[in-house]
Design a protein around this ligand. Structure first.
Ligand SMILES: [Zn+2]
Length: 53
């Protein structure tokens, strides 16, 4: 049995590339993760959301 990985992928909603990883915490579980981060593929700040798996 593999242990649950505490990391979440953070995916750009525009180009769908995974640009960041974040640790899963109780706060991020309860709340939908939406981050405005710089996407190096879009070359601008875009909305990033957590991606399961
Ligand atoms: Zn992007």
């Amino acid at each position: 049995m593999a242990a649950k990985k505490p990391f979440l992928k953070v995916q750009c909603t525009i180009c769908k590339n995974v640009n960041y990883f974040t640790k899963k915490s109780k706060k991020t579980i309860e709340k939908k993760l939406e981050l405005n981060k710089f996407c190096r593929f879009c070359k601008k700040h875009t909305l990033h959301k957590e991606s399961k798996r």
